[in-house]
Design a protein around this ligand. Structure first.
Ligand SMILES: Cc1ncc(COP(=O)(O)O)c(C=O)c1O
Length: 439
């Protein structure tokens, strides 16, 4: 039996061709939106929501309905955190320029951020998005190795530039990635995952070498967000990274999702006992202020800069640096790494208990506050894609925002702000239990 795969951006997407019972006001808003944005417009839910404000782990719509945010990895220290908002406003009212002047807030941020990295990862370049960060990292890897090829997982998403789209198989609707990109299956949840993943990477290395591309880098998000969330056992990535390095290639850790505390440690790659050659960052870095960056070894950056100039007008501007500093302060002062670990463990254990009572829950896995919950069709043991979609929509009716991931869109992607409490997790689990009982 062939099971239909799902494109990550298509999951839980509003579909205008389906029947609906919108109020005339909502119908008009949607029509205006699609007239302005055309084919690129993507809205969540069959009954789209207009959000008007947010605080902590909650968002509020235009009708005053409150939603618990279990989806959003961007405002990761909490929506509209007062310390981040104040830092942005203060700096915007003082000085905001590009990066070719000395500015103490920018230098202070670079040093604070670099202090969170191990070993030789001692240079940073600031960008504005995760996509720009991955694009730059890929170019540094190609110049540093003299090779062209990349290895990525089959449902990966790494961003939206021309180069990065080639290593984002989940974005490609009509074709496969470019010939210099090799796609390997997502890590599985079985005991031999490290060996199996490394074996697939070794095949990809051999193919890239045989075709003359060589290996520039393995690019992986260490929590495998869009592949369906694979975190365990810690260290399973190491054999694959070792194999890539033996072939002359580098390891680019895409920390856009697992970075800044999500997995209970500052960086997701730390769980795997590896020091990447390049680390890319984005989303949670400014808690909603658009900022990204890469961290690497000085010699790799120097080799790149000898070949190519790199200037990013907005990357690392003083307002971004002020936002970034405030995020680091909040992570430290509110002990959010501990919270991600403690609430994450409690949440995962509770969901595992729930799975004992519901055969439609196939597995629960993850690290910190990034949890994947697989739905299955119990008798067939096939992915429960339609149940995932039903749960997402019923959750919304109960005031909870949640999304899906994985090749078949059958994995609930549980990824709340890091200020999420046990009480929030309890509300989520009670609501999920009700929905699965048919409520
Ligand atoms: C793992 C990963 N890398 C990179 C990106 C791209 O980041 P941005 O949308 O900021 O360009 C994303 C975005 O979803 C992502 O999930």
């Amino acid at each position: 039996m062939t099971i239909a795969t799902k494109e990550i951006l298509a999951l839980n997407r509003f579909d205008a061709s389906q029947t609906n019972d919108f109020s005339p006001e909502l119908a008009e808003r949607i029509a205006r939106r699609s007239a302005a944005f055309g084919a690129s417009s993507v809205l969540f839910y069959q009954q789209p929501i207009e959000m008007v404000r947010a605080k902590g782990a909650f968002m509020y719509d235009a009708q005053g309905q409150r939603y618990l945010d279990v989806y959003n990895n961007v405002p990761s220290v909490g929506h509209c955190h007062p310390r981040v908002v104040e830092a942005i406003a203060r700096q915007a009212g003082t000085l905001n320029i590009h990066t070719r002047y000395l500015a103490s807030v920018v230098e202070a941020y670079a040093e604070r951020l670099l202090a969170t990295f191990p070993g030789q990862l001692s240079n940073v370049v600031f960008t504005c998005t995760g996509s720009e960060s991955n694009d730059l990292a890929m170019r540094i890897a190609q110049i540093g190795t003299g090779a062209k090829g990349f290895i990525v997982t089959e449902t990966a998403y790494h961003g939206n530039t021309a180069l990065v789209t080639e290593i984002s198989p989940s974005s490609l609707r009509r074709r496969k990635p470019a010939p210099y990109v090799r796609v390997v299956p997502a890590p599985s949840a079985d005991a031999n995952v490290g060996e199996r993943f490394a074996a697939a990477v070794k095949v990809a290395i051999a193919e890239l070498q045989a075709e003359g591309f060589g290996v520039a880098a393995l690019v992986a998000d260490s929590i495998f967000s869009s592949d369906g969330i694979y975190a365990d056992p810690p260290g399973f990535l190491k054999p694959a990274v070792d194999a890539v390095r033996q072939s002359g290639g580098l390891f680019i850790a895409d920390e856009v999702q697992p970075g800044f505390g999500r997995t209970g440690g500052m960086w997701g790659f730390l769980r795997h006992g590896i020091e990447p050659d390049l680390v890319t960052m984005g989303k949670p870095m400014g808690n909603g202020f658009p900022m990204g960056g890469i961290v690497t070894r000085p010699e790799l950056l120097a080799a790149f800069c000898e070949e190519t100039g790199y200037f990013n007008t907005f990357g690392g501007n003083p307002v971004a640096a002020a936002a970034g500093l405030a995020v680091l302060d909040v992570i430290r002062d509110e002990e959010l790494l501990d919270n991600a670990r403690e609430v994450g463990d409690y949440f995962r254990e509770g969901l595992k208990e729930l799975s004992l009572a519901h055969a439609s829950i196939g597995a629960v896995r993850g690290a910190g506050l990034f949890i994947g919950l697989d739905f299955i069709v119990p008798d067939e043991r096939t992915p429960g894609t339609s149940l995932a979609s039903h749960v997402i929509n019923r959750m919304k009716e109960n005031g909870i925002l949640i999304g899906a991931a994985g090749k078949y869109g059958a994995t609930l992607k549980i990824r709340p702000p890091l200020c999420f409490s046990r009480q929030d997790a309890g509300y989520f689990m009670a609501t999920l239990a009700d929905i699965l009982k048919g409520g």
